[in-house]
Design a protein around this ligand. Structure first.
Ligand code: 6PG
Length: 243
């Protein structure tokens, strides 16, 4: 599927467009299935979107929205590097979201392979889908993603064997060598990302020009993991901030 690409002069303009896109997808999901399921991205770019979602709403009732995380850094929730820890005070604390609708990744579980399998079970339990990827995959209504300067997305880093994963939906990842923070991660795999009904990338272009060109216009390339996100039967949109 060819991605829709929209460019914006700065982060506030990108955020407005992102909020409108989330609201459109959320309304469609609630009308069709009575619930809106979304996987959140870490990183700095989506933070103003999360604040806007909490403050202005996003097209679906809070009580009808289920939140997952597309990736997480394996650090305690109170650590400043935690995605959940960064997002919760911006999006969850100010909103009347039932706590049962929020699904943080279980970073405290060891070994990390068990943490990944536990989260995969949680995704399957909430979203349904077949018992393995030969059956129907769980489908999120929306997966938000970012892209790092090395082309990574979620916590799928360049040239890692996990990029070839076909069976597991969530995996543990060794710390990256290309970007900070250099801590282990849990991450959705490509089969789960590409099963989504909609994928929305939010990316500030500065310092990422090369991987951006490769992801948008090049062939699928494990050296630029974002280029491997191509939803099988879903929408793909890139919102790019030039400022
Ligand atoms: C993470 C992210 C990661 C992020 C990109 C872009 O946990 O680090 O989920 O994939 O989206 O690194 O981050 P920025 O928005 O800060 O550029």
């Amino acid at each position: 599927m060819t991605p829709a690409i929209r460019r914006f002069p700065d982060l506030p303009a990108l955020t407005e467009a992102a909020l409108a896109a989330v609201a459109r997808i959320a309304r469609e999901a609630v009308a069709a299935r009575g619930v809106f399921t979304i996987a959140l991205s870490g990183g700095s770019t989506p933070m103003p979107l999360y604040a806007a979602m909490a403050g202005r709403g996003f097209g679906a009732p809070f009580a009808s929205t289920v939140f997952f995380f597309g990736d997480e850094r394996v650090v305690p929730v109170g650590d400043r590097r935690s995605n959940f820890g960064a997002i919760a005070p911006v999006l969850f604390t100010p909103s009347p979201i039932p706590v049962g609708n929020i699904h943080p990744m279980p970073v405290e579980v060891r070994p990390l392979e068990l943490a990944a399998a536990t989260y995969e079970d949680e995704v399957r339990e909430v979203l349904g889908g077949g018992a393995d990827v030969s059956g129907a995959l769980p489908r999120l209504d929306l997966v938000l993603l970012g892209m790092g300067p090395d082309g990574h997305t979620a916590s799928l880093f360049p040239d890692r064997p996990a990029l070839g994963e076909t069976r597991r939906l969530v995996v543990a990842m060794e710390p990256p060598t290309t970007v900070e923070p250099r801590v282990a991660r849990l991450t959705f795999t490509l089969p789960l990302l590409n099963a989504a009904r909609n994928v929305l990338f939010l990316v500030g272009a500065k310092g990422k020009e090369e991987p951006l060109a490769a992801a948008l216009h090049g062939p699928p390339d494990p050296h630029v993991p974002a280029s491997l996100v191509r939803p099988t039967d879903g929408g793909l949109e890139w919102l790019i901030g030039e400022g």
